[in-house]
Design a protein around this ligand. Structure first.
Ligand code: BTN
Length: 326
């Protein structure tokens, strides 16, 4: 009954009387009143005025399928959205769906992760109601060694989506952190299941800081949000859909060539370290190079002082700016 009342409220730009709702649904005034209160508890702002009835003022800022589909223009990516208010980790749940043969393009979204995972075994803190935490299930028909490129394609797509929906220019810190003004606004963790040298499925897990207003002391010099950079709150569903719209297109381009030959220029244009000195950190060793850009396999090409070039594979070394995070 709650859903029916909600759709009546949504279809009316003006007030609808309580009696009108009762008549149409064949229920009592008390039942209507209880359901209106249940909707209010879910975050719907509903005005009530004597002799006029109820009017929907604002919907809650949620990131479930119902909010995302109106912005989604994809053929297959995000056509199945699995949303829950709370999960351990969207990556864990997407991997479970991967094992259960869920379709490519399934997207898992939550409002709150109790065990959000970051790279290098770290956690990912997931405050409620402000950010996006989601994972995309893919089944790329490519060799395992090519799988890391889908993460770079995701970073590129996310940067484009942020610029389109929030008007914020972001850059990419190789391989896949999206940064704004030198601080991270998005992290991506890809986990895959392989069979021999092929991929059964890959889960691309993305955490975007959208409307978060403060960060814990230990990360506040490295992390920021779209809100902190622009002063504007972002519609989370719109941003998530914009990402999926872009990612479907770029992922298909990647699949055609099974490399980044048609995307590397766009990626390099956004590469924050391009032409700058970077420190490559490998075990205890640190070496200084100039970053040139990525090649068609997504490796970072760097140059030493004598002009000798080397390629760096993601995951094997970490790249830092000389004076800070980027
Ligand atoms: C990083 O360390 O930069 C990667 C962070 C990835 C976090 C996202 S949030 C949604 C998805 N689920 C997880 O448990 N992790 C990823």
């Amino acid at each position: 009954m709650k859903e029916k009342i909600l759709s009546m409220l949504k279809s009316r730009p003006d007030y609808i009387s309580g009696q009108d709702i009762c008549n149409r649904l064949g229920v009592s005034r008390t039942a209507v009143w209880k359901n209106i209160n249940a909707l209010r508890a879910e975050g719907y702002q509903i005005d009530s005025v004597n002799n006029r009835g109820y009017k929907l003022l604002e919907e809650p800022d949620r990131i479930d399928g119902e909010r995302i589909y109106p912005y989604l223009h994809t053929q297959w990516l995000g056509r199945r959205i699995v949303y829950e208010d709370e999960m351990d980790s969207t990556n864990i749940q997407a991997k479970r769906l991967g094992e259960e043969n869920a379709a490519e393009g399934t997207v898992v979204i939550t409002e709150h992760q109790t065990a959000g995972r970051g790279r290098r075994g770290k956690g990912w803190i997931s405050p409620v109601g402000v950010n996006c935490y989601f994972s995309v299930l893919l089944r790329p028909d490519v060799l395992m060694e090519r799988a890391s490129m889908i993460t770079l394609v995701a970073a590129l797509s996310l940067a484009k989506a942020v610029s389109k929906t929030a008007g914020l220019d972001t850059m990419i810190k190789w391989p896949n952190d999206v940064v704004a003004n030198g601080k991270k606004i998005c992290g991506i963790l890809t986990e895959s299941s392989t069979d021999m040298e092929y991929i059964n499925y890959a889960v691309v897990g993305i955490g975007v800081n959208l409307n978060q207003t403060e960060f814990p002391d230990e990360i506040k010099d490295m992390a920021t949000s779209i809100f902190l950079e622009t002063g504007n709150k972002v519609n989370r569903a719109e941003l998530l859909a914009a990402f999926l719209n872009t990612y479907e297109r770029y992922y298909e381009i990647f699949l055609e060539t099974e490399d980044l030959s048609r995307l590397a220029d766009e990626y390099n244009f956004l590469l924050v370290n391009r032409g700058r000195e970077v420190k490559l950190v490998e075990k205890d060793q640190e070496r200084i190079y100039t970053a040139v850009g990525i090649d068609k396999l997504g490796r970072l090409v760097v140059e030493d002082k004598a002009g000798r070039r080397e390629t760096v594979i993601s995951g094997e070394v970490s790249v830092r700016g000389l004076y800070g995070y980027v």
